[in-house]
Ligand binder design. Sequence first.
Ligand SMILES: C[S@@+](CC[C@H](N)C(=O)[O-])C[C@H]1O[C@@H](n2cnc3c(N)ncnc32)[C@H](O)[C@@H]1O
Length: 192
Amino acid sequence: MSKRVIETFRGKNGNTSEYFNAHFEKEPGGDGGWFYNIGLDALPETFVPKAVLDVGCGPGKGLRICAQKWSRVKLYGVDFSAAALKICGSHVPHADLTNLDVREAKELHAANLVMCVATMEHIKNPSTLIRKMEAATYGFLMVVTPFNWAINTIHINSFQPEWFEKRGFTVQVIPFRDEKKVLVCTKEIRRK
Ligand SMILES: C[S@@+](CC[C@H](N)C(=O)[O-])C[C@H]1O[C@@H](n2cnc3c(N)ncnc32)[C@H](O)[C@@H]1O
């Protein structure tokens, strides 16, 4: 996150599309998908999704990894940052992308893999988003989020493993860097 972008939004609610547009216009790249890879590694090796929905897909690292891993998969991404979606579309032109504030969405596109990576910490009323994602999932729901990182105007939630466990997720705590850790949370949802 560039210092200048943080300064511009200091003291304001950082979780706006304007903030993320400014962020992705300055830093269109990213970490190369480490957060997605640890989440995908937590899924059964034999699982091959037909459709993936990435909630808060950002510039498309996760969808790109999925397209490389599963050549026939249908890709859906939602994000409220137009700048992020523009970059995402350039990486995965065949993905179906929607500019959407997930807090306002009544429902999300159904998929047998729903992912939400580095996004839950930004969302007010995270339980509501979990319920919407559960309703959209007919396979696996996978969430990756920081564990015990500082709360600020951008990261407004910090989750303990129990928060996910009591909602039926299996949780792993994975070391990141500089003593930081992340939670990798997965839940299988079968539909009759
Ligand atoms: C830290 S970025 C992570 C992006 C991507 N998942 C990744 O790991 O590369 C958080 C993403 O969530 C999106 N986001 C945050 N709040 C959102 C909301 N209410 N509705 C839709 N997207 C949101 C931001 O625009 C941003 O792309």
